[in-house]
Design a protein around this ligand. Structure first.
Ligand code: NAD
Length: 361
């Protein structure tokens, strides 16, 4: 029997393929815009010149001060620049941090975003914004921040360092795992999420073996698209709540933290979400990653690609477990298994040890 569902698809245009960055001028025109602010910082800003070559004087503002988790004072500078230069479209070129900065501007101004992602974070497919002030990260959903157009060009990801690629891929996997047991999952989203797990598990080992392998990069970016879409169209559970709290309160690096928590969050939910676990195991096996249970299969994948599996290794102090657990439990995420103090303390302790999760379905 088909369970009841709601399938509410946000509208964004996705252009995918090697060399598709060359379409940026056409896509800006399609949006009816002519005064762009280009948001791009870090090493990925090397691709900004390719955007500038196409758009010329239609780029009226450049914002390079991209900071992870979008500090409010930095966002205010970007908002002021957009207003001063009468910008009518924001082009976000880079990882989740660049997209996040563009979203902060869109949230305030309602300007459209054209996103060109260069990591696997998936923010480009969601209407979720995030801002950080006084060590507290606030997030919300607003349709104004969903990028209207997304250009996925795998060639732009070849320069993403191997360790960041692996951790970013695990960040994408986390969206898929939690989407698969989210109450908002529709049958179509379930198929896409399972395909995303397969695509990432099949491609990330090839990316790590040869970061210049464009086929592997394309497959990983395809998986990241499905992951971002899953994040945008379902709800997230205990895993994302933990990462939200740890990122905001202890400033842990976003993607490595996701990688280190995911096997243990999956084990935590194993008994309560057997359908999701079976889908993950099936997708890992289809990808050629032999797995008999989801949590240890995910741990094996992380180890195979050199991604973190230990929370202490990414900067979390085990002495903070009780304090962090209290904040996480107070947030009461919607999750298949009820989120209580003993459970979260156990999950965080296991993540701090980093051993392979065993004996889960
Ligand atoms: N709102 C959402 O839906 C959503 C979803 C996922 C992540 N996020 C947010 O995104 C941020 C994390 O994004 P991220 O993990 O992509 O990190 P990031 O954007 O900070 O990128 C990670 C590192 O990789 C570098 N980099 C990116 N692309 C590169 C490339 N092609 N070549 C070389 N270096 C490159 C960056 O300069 C940076 O040093 C966090 O703030 C997180 O909260 C938001």
């Amino acid at each position: 029997m088909t369970a009841p569902f709601v399938h509410d698809v946000p509208a964004s245009r996705v252009v995918f393929g090697n060399g598709r960055l060359a379409d940026v001028a056409i896509e800006v025109e399609r949006l009816g815009c002519s005064r762009a602010m280009l948001v791009s910082g870090g090493p990925e800003a090397q691709y900004a010149v390719l955007v500038e070559e196409q758009l010329g004087e239609r780029i009226v503002a450049r914002f390079t001060d991209v900071v992870m988790h979008v500090p409010v004072p930095v966002a205010q500078q970007a908002i002021a620049l957009a207003a001063r230069d009468e910008v009518d479209v924001i082009i976000a070129l880079g990882g989740g941090s660049s997209t996040g900065m563009a979203k902060a501007v869109a949230l305030e101004t309602g300007l459209p975003i054209l996103a060109i992602p260069t990591t696997y974070a998936g923010s480009e497919m969601t209407s979720i914004w995030g801002l950080t002030e006084n060590n507290r990260k606030t997030t919300g959903r607003d349709p104004r921040v969903l990028p209207r157009t997304v250009i996925y060009d795998p060639e732009l990801t070849v320069s993403l360092p191997v360790d960041i690629s692996a951790a970013s891929g695990m960040n994408a996997l986390a969206h898929l795992v939690e989407g698969l047991y989210a109450p908002g999952l529709s049958p179509l989203s379930a198929m896409q999420a399972q395909e995303g797990v397969r695509a990432l598990a099949a491609s990330l080992p090839r990316v790590v073996a040869d970061p210049s392998n464009l086929d592997a990069r394309g497959d990983a970016l395809y998986g990241a698209w499905l992951a971002g879409w899953t994040l945008g169209t379902t709800g997230m559970g205990v895993h994302h709540k933990i990462c939200h709290v740890l990122g905001g309160a202890y400033n842990l690096p976003h993607a490595p933290m996701h990688s280190a928590v995911l096997p243990y969050a999956t084990a935590f939910n194993a008994d309560a979400a057997p359908g999701a676990m079976a889908a993950i195991v099936g997708a890992l096996n289809d990808a050629g990653m032999p797995a008999t249970n989801a949590a240890s299969g995910i741990w094996d994948l992380a180890r195979a690609i050199g991604a973190p599996t230990c929370l202490a290794d990414v900067g979390f102090d085990v002495g903070m477990v009780d304090e962090a657990a209290a904040i996480i439990v107070a947030g009461q995420p919607i999750n298949p298994r009820s989120v209580d103090s003993d459970g979260v303390v156990g999950l965080l302790r296991a993540a701090c040890v980093g051993a392979r999760p065993e004996n889960t379905p």
